[in-house]
Design a protein around this ligand. Sequence first.
Ligand SMILES: Nc1ncnc2c1ncn2[C@@H]1O[C@H](COP(=O)(O)OP(=O)(O)OP(=O)(O)O)[C@@H](O)[C@H]1O
Ligand SMILES: [Mg+2]
Length: 912
Amino acid sequence: MRRSAAPSQLQGNPLKKLKFIPPARSNPSPDEGITKMSPDVKLIEVVGSQNTFLQLKSNPRKCNLILPTEGSAREINHGCNYSEKHCSEASVTATLDLPHTVHSAPKEITVSKGQEEEEPDSLVKYFSVVWCKASKKKHKKWEGDAVLIVKGKSFTLKDLEGKDIGRGMAYKLKELEKIEEGHRVMIGGKEVEVMGIISPDDFNSGRCFHLGRGSPAISSSSQAAKKCFSNPFKSVCKPSSKENRLGGFQDCKPRHDPHAPNSLVMSRPDNNHQWTFNKKGFPVVDVVIDPHLVYHLRPHQKEGIMFLYECVMGMRVNGRCGAILADEMGLGKTLQCISLIWTLQCQGPYGGMPVVKKTLIVTPGSLVNNWRKEFQKWLGSERIKIFPVDQDHKVEEFTRSPFYSVLIISYEMLLRSLDQIKNVKFGLLICDEGHRLKNSAIKTTAALISLSCEKRVILTGTPVQNDLQEFFALIDFVNPGILGSLSFYRKVYEEPIIISRQPSASEEEKKLGEKRAVELTCLTGLFILRRTQEVINKYLPPKIENVVFCRPGALQIELYRKLLNSQAVRFCLQGLLGNSPHLICIGALKKLCNHPCLLFNSIKEKECSSTWDGKEEKSLYEGLVDVFPADYNPLMFTEEESGKLQVLLKLLAVIHELRPTEKVVLVSNYTQTLDILQEVCKRHRYTYTRLDGQTPVSQRQQIVDSFNSKYSSDFIFLLSSKAGGVGLNLIGGSHLILYDIDWNPATDIQAMSRVWRDGQKNPVHIYRLLTTGTIEEKIYQRQISKQDLSGAVVDLTKTSEHIQFSVEELKNLFTLHESSHCVTHDLLDCECTGDQDGTGDSLEKFPVSRNCQLGAHHQKSNSLKPLSMSQLKQWKHFSGDHLNLTDPFLERIRENVSFFFQNITNQSTAII
Ligand SMILES: Nc1ncnc2c1ncn2[C@@H]1O[C@H](COP(=O)(O)OP(=O)(O)OP(=O)(O)O)[C@@H](O)[C@H]1O
Ligand SMILES: [Mg+2]
């Protein structure tokens, strides 16, 4: 007797479609097996003769998953070891096995009447099943695959989206224990046939949900991939005749010598790949990266190119051609992509035919010209014809001309020119700073998806795993459907992972969440690659990072006290956060820290504004104007009014004096603050240039290039990091000053990595200015202590509006610590905290402690991860009164500084 096939089992046979086969056709009618049914829950055991089950073999070295497709089981191979590291012992190889088991005759299982049986808590079994509504119809169809969880005397049925679709309780334990493959049970009005046993590991990892699922997206993409591969051959090779195949193409040679020393040869396609993509039987030819490029490539870039090649060729996840290159900032993602494009547009593994004819690069407007420059830098202008879209070069020109093979366009322009772009068939799509596609609902994502290009690469220097839903959107963009539907993903991954991270999570929930997280990383690790800054450290000059705590000016302190005493702040502290008045208070305090005149401007603006309706805001500013001198003119602001500004000016003066040829990047997140800084430059006759959100996109690269040029006379680059800093190379500057701090460490890290990157020739000095004892210190502490607690990564879009504050936290935020040299240091629990009275912490006075003072030889981990409190403690630190400051720059600014933290990276690296 043949048993009905479950949808999940058809995956092993490439010829069968996923289809539910009526149980009645191959099995005795379930009704025959039911002798007695309880009205609520019924459990029936029937004969199953031939069975299929999923067998999961532990294999710590491989993480192979079979994803169901419309026709075939798809195997995902790690191939290279970058992704293997993501797999823990939970990694398994899933294979289909077809054991032949014969079961006993049907037997009724009944609901337990009392507590006569002990229910062992630990006994949980998982089964893959198929189900349909219970009915007496002869010809019924299974409605879907599901997972049956039997725990003690109860069981739960979950569909493959992870949703509960049935539950039953209080069964006879002994009878439940007997459930095995081939049995049929009734549960919550559903008839269920057990198809296989699922191991706890497979359930915990969530893999069982994948294994039983037919994903249309997988099959459709594989089909499209086939198309995409066949095109170049058709048009270029014309292998239609037998002579062609047997004659000319036998001689196909690699474009570059794969045996030459230092040659970089891409992986050869395996048999499966050839079977799918080389139907015409072209000879397999080595794809070799142009030696001209290889000469320049760093080792991590060579690996990155291999990875990208394998991904887009569908060699890492069969039928999937997407990749996310998430290397930290400055690692040369652009060069890796240029190498990939150049290779795919000239070569291919089958008959040597190019895999891609045209490539589309979508990038933020400010980087269009950077891409052009990078192409020019690495490939010159003759090898490849690129077409950057700008005011003078419209998309039509590209679409009309067969001459160009790479279109570089901004996200904004892409939306405007979508109709024309749709007319071009692109073989490869690269989305630079692609974390913006994390929302699948936004127009840009939809537009890019509509281009139906299968080979998609996202480039991002920003960690992508911070928000599980955004993570899904990025994954789903590059490899559509690989994680199933959003609702499936939520049930199987997001919910268990989030629940497991809550303090109230049970041990079981924690375990489940961890396993699912491991599984998710394992699956997505196949096509996400992230390397940290460490890999290029040895090519970079030293970096001297300073956190400088600046004493606030007298006017600042007075205004600060007044703000903290305002009714608005008092409301916040009483927990009355209705209209988010705390955000207004925080904003006012931050402005004040930058310069009191910014606060003055806000007060005056609000006074004049007709929308002066926010009660809280009114109460916040009440009486503040009186604190300013009667004739206060914000345009005539003085430097003494702001502690940070005073320090900044001293710093600029000393840099100018001691390093007259070096340049400074001065960063703020606020345009108004940049205005003040610009005014200061004018007053002191410092030459400057400026890039912020208002700078026309067409001018941005020119501004950057001119600053980076050694002939430039600009001393200062005023940069609004949020508005325009992403992806910029500002290696012309070797000093970077962060004038204000953002809630999100990623914003600050973005800014800091503009100068310390490949190509920088001078030692880099970074100064992060914070006003002592104020909200700026609190934000800094939050940045680093959050990191300590959760290890969570953050991204650029999170602002204070996304942050939830408890009243306790607000109390802390709204406190001014007037007597402390450095509240951050006070919190570190460092042994050198003895001196709190401001009368001179000095290095000599600090007790000898490895924690406190590791000296200049200490090298901290150099990844661009936000710093943690414990790491900060390892930094060199000393008060501004310290007698013997060896750093000539710090020496000159100490007067207004209460405390310093300093860390030197790469002190001994030779500059290459
Ligand atoms: N192998 C190399 N040798 C020398 N310079 C390199 C090399 N690779 C990249 N660079 C240079 O390093 C700088 C940074 O590269 P790139 O802009 O591609 O970084 P990125 O990874 O895109 O960083 P971000 O995330 O900030 O955009 C560029 O000026 C680039 O020309
Ligand atoms: Mg970049």
